[in-house]
Design a protein. Structure first.
Length: 149
């Protein structure tokens, strides 16, 4: 299914008796995010223990999605530990810059703080824009998850 076809997921008409799951809402948010820019190559939402929760990608690769989820949670844990040890502070996000693009990893600010978002873009976008996409998506996902709990 093309990215533009995935955009219209059926959660607009939910009723209080049948709320749409946080996973479905999160999936829709990630798919809409990738539709915003051709530079965005993947968006992966995982739990802090490394399990994939929702993902969108320019290419369908479930195995890569599970590996990205595991690496994202590990990278978040490492960056948070490093920030505490080195600067006695909290890590807001982590960025990786490569010759092929950028990756941003951020903890989703839900009440339980159980989710990690990783977004990757190619080199046609500046890292600041990838960071902005990640922070905005994390806030939107946080609301979707907290509204369901």
């Amino acid at each position: 299914m093309a990215r533009s076809e995935k955009r219209d997921l059926p959660f607009g008409g939910e009723s209080p008796a049948h709320p749409v799951s946080a996973r479905v809402r999160s999936q829709a948010i990630l798919e809409r995010l990738l539709d915003r820019s051709l530079a965005l190559k993947f968006a992966s939402l995982s739990t802090v223990d490394g399990r994939s929760f929702a993902q969108a990608s320019a290419r369908d690769d479930d195995a890569a999605a599970h590996r990205i989820a595991a690496m994202s949670s590990s990278l978040l844990a490492l960056s948070e530990s490093f920030a505490r040890e080195a600067l006695r502070g909290n890590s807001s996000f982590t960025t990786i810059s490569t010759e092929h693009g950028a990756i941003v990893v951020v903890r989703v600010p839900t009440r339980k703080r159980n989710h990690v978002l990783a977004i990757g873009s190619d080199a046609s976008d500046v890292m600041a824009l990838t960071l902005r996409y990640a922070l905005d998506a994390a806030a939107e996902i946080s609301a979707a998850i907290d509204d369901n709990s």
